[in-house]
Write a protein that binds this ligand. Structure first.
Ligand SMILES: [Zn+2]
Length: 153
């Protein structure tokens, strides 16, 4: 034999697949014997690690999804804050609601609308409730009391 054994030849010998010449060289060559012992030691260590080390605990899908959760919550909160800001500041500034609208005015408008809706001609008409004028809450309460107790008006 002219040269020392190649790593492939040493691997074949460890797998009991080496030829007679390769095994004869290994038995006669101290350098190849040392290499073979190192390879055997490395293979034993690899086998021991693979056999004795517990598998790594991985939660790939769950971890990836939970990684998105804080970002999604933050974006949702930011969107909600923006929506509230638009509603409170911008929308109120664009469409000012008259703060002095009295309940009587609202009642008058509503009675006009209902009289127009429920009249056949489209006009509120002379006998509509508009002529009675808007009622206050106290008047309505008095009417309810009269109806319930039967007291004279
Ligand atoms: Zn050798």
């Amino acid at each position: 034999m002219t040269g020392c054994l190649s790593p492939d030849a040493l691997t074949r010998i460890h797998a009991d697949l080496g030829s007679i010449a390769e095994r004869a060289h290994l038995a006669a060559c101290p350098a190849c014997t040392a290499r073979s012992r190192r390879m055997r030691r490395d293979l034993d260590m690899i086998a021991a690690v693979l056999r004795d080390t517990p598998e790594p605990v991985t939660r790939p899908a769950l971890a990836r999804h939970r990684g998105w959760l804080p970002a999604a919550v933050g974006l949702s909160a930011a969107a909600l804050a923006l929506l509230l800001w638009v509603e409170v500041v911008v929308w109120r500034a664009v469409t000012p609601v008259p703060p002095t609208m009295q309940p009587q005015e609202v009642a008058a408008i509503l009675s006009d609308v209902s009289a127009s809706l429920f009249s056949l001609s489209g006009d509120p008409g002379a006998g509509a409730a508009v002529e009675d004028g808007p009622q206050s809450v106290e008047d309505m309460a008095r009417e309810v009391d009269r109806a319930l107790t039967g007291a004279a008006p």
